[in-house]
Design a protein. Structure first.
Length: 392
């Protein structure tokens, strides 16, 4: 259970209570989603109905106006209930938060899209491709857009389009030759030529519906070109990506809670009492909580700094560090929880085997571990150069 230490406001408590009210239903449908590898559409629909999908939209646009810290708090809790639901909805929350915080679009587009979000629209960026991988590595998309008779014609295929069965809009990257730039196009799900190829067949996060988006001569109006970002996008500081590690932190918490409960109640006949009395079990549980506390304090402290605009400029690589530390800690926590439970943790009906599979998906969400480590090294080297130059 998330400790009250991190709950700061009445609004946060209210939203946490709303999520917990749906805990049993969300969890049960999430288990079915994982077992059958189907998208938890009812869970997402319930979140839309309760207004959860507009919490990161500013109040001036009709939303809740909540910040990154709030999002992390809620997403961790939701992920401890069901990982597929949390990771899926997190992308829409993060995209909306980033767009409106940074005013990435024209005011007309922001006003239009805000009404869509308030009315329940869901959005995600469609950026990854089989040949280029994650866009954070700087590859040029194979998807391309050509101007014809005052409209844009898009062709291409995107992979890992999370929540594709429920998305209202696909914020799709494409190479624009005439501009020698990557642009993002806002494309409605019902646009002719847009289809979903159901390719998502994996062992982790089986229910996120991260299928391929196929664009076959998709025609959109000129105003649908909403972003022309500077390259590379990976160099920008975007606190809204913290929804990713928040999800894996929630999974780790769920694994920890199961292991503690199991230790207190599992009593083999070789012992006079539960296994919680065993030193090796206590050692594992202590190590689990040590990693959990470290990871949680890191993510919430960085989220708090990001939310204070006067302090945000001091952040350099902290967002990537949070993703790296929390994800790898989550993997370690689930592994230790399985050691506590033993072979029973491998049974198909045991939640730990799912937690084990799902946390490993975090290694493949951006930013990747190697990029985070490299950026830390390059930053340290550059800071030393600047310091040495100042001393001359």
């Amino acid at each position: 259970m998330l400790k009250d230490l991190f709950v700061k406001t009445p609004s946060q408590r209210t939203w946490l209570d709303r999520l917990r009210k749906n805990e049993v239903e969300f969890h049960q449908k999430g288990m079915i989603s994982d077992d059958l590898a189907i998208f938890p559409e009812e869970n997402i629909h319930d979140l839309v109905k309760m207004g959860y999908t507009s919490i990161t939209l500013p109040k001036t646009y009709g939303g809740e106006g909540l910040k990154v810290y709030d999002m992390v708090l809620f997403q961790e809790t939701l992920a401890s209930i069901d990982s597929n639901t949390a990771l899926s909805i997190g992308w829409s929350l993060g995209v909306v938060g980033e767009i409106y915080e940074k005013k990435l679009w024209s005011d007309d587009n922001l006003q239009f899209f805000a009404k869509e979000i308030v009315n329940g629209a869901l959005v995600n960026r469609a950026v990854s491709e089989a040949q280029t991988g994650s866009p954070t590595r700087g590859g040029r998309p194979g998807t391309y857009a050509v101007k014809k008779d005052g409209s844009w014609i898009l062709n291409g295929r995107k992979i890992f389009t999370t929540m594709s069965p429920a998305l209202t809009y696909f914020l799709t990257s494409a190479w624009i030759e005439e501009k020698q730039s990557i642009g993002f196009f806002l494309i409605h799900k019902d646009t002719p030529g847009l289809t979903i190829d159901e390719t998502w067949d994996v062992m982790a996060m089986r229910g996120t519906g991260s299928h391929d988006l196929v664009l076959d001569n998709v025609k959109v109006e000129e105003s649908n070109l909403v972003e022309l970002p500077e390259l590379p996008r990976g160099g920008e500081i975007n606190g809204w990506i913290l929804h990713i590690p928040a999800c894996y932190l929630g999974i780790a918490q769920a694994a920890r809670d199961y292991a503690v409960h199991f230790a207190n109640h599992h009593s083999p006949n070789s012992l006079k009492g539960p296994i919680s009395q065993l030193p090796n079990v206590q050692q594992l549980l202590g190590e689990i909580d040590l990693e959990l506390i470290n990871a949680r304090h890191l993510i919430y402290s960085v989220a708090a700094v990001y939310d204070h605009e006067s302090q945000r400029e001091q952040l350099t690589n902290e967002l990537g560090v949070v993703k790296h530390v929390v994800t790898n800690s989550a993997i370690s926590i689930v592994d230790k929880a399985m050691r506590v439970v033993g072979a029973k943790s491998l049974q198909r009906n045991n939640p730990l085997q799912r937690h084990y599979r799902d946390v490993r998906a975090g290694l493949h969400n951006p930013p990747m571990d190697d990029m985070t480590i490299k950026k830390l090294a390059l930053t340290a080297l550059e800071e030393d150069k600047v310091k040495s130059a100042e001393q001359v």
